[in-house]
Design a binder for this molecule. Structure first.
Ligand SMILES: [Zn+2]
Length: 71
């Protein structure tokens, strides 16, 4: 099967390891890229963490970025 052969050559877009790793294939196709399920979940977790950090940063910016004339 062509699909299976294509898949075998794929590498994880996150860790760049072959998708066919050991005896288990636990692959997820997302955003036109192949990921190990574990890698995708780790990526999402880090993305969520980054989002949270940026929101915290936003919350702390207004006071320092506010111009004196606007007070
Ligand atoms: Zn991976």
């Amino acid at each position: 099967m062509r699909l299976a052969n294509d898949f075998k050559d794929q590498k994880c877009a996150r860790c760049f390891q072959p998708m066919h790793h050991g005896s288990t294939i636990d692959a997820v196709y997302e955003n036109s890229e192949w990921y190990h399920r574990r890698c995708l979940e780790e990526g999402k977790r880090q993305f969520a963490e980054a989002q949270k950090q940026s929101h915290l940063a936003e919350d702390s910016t207004p006071a320092s970025s506010r111009r004196p004339s606007e007070q």
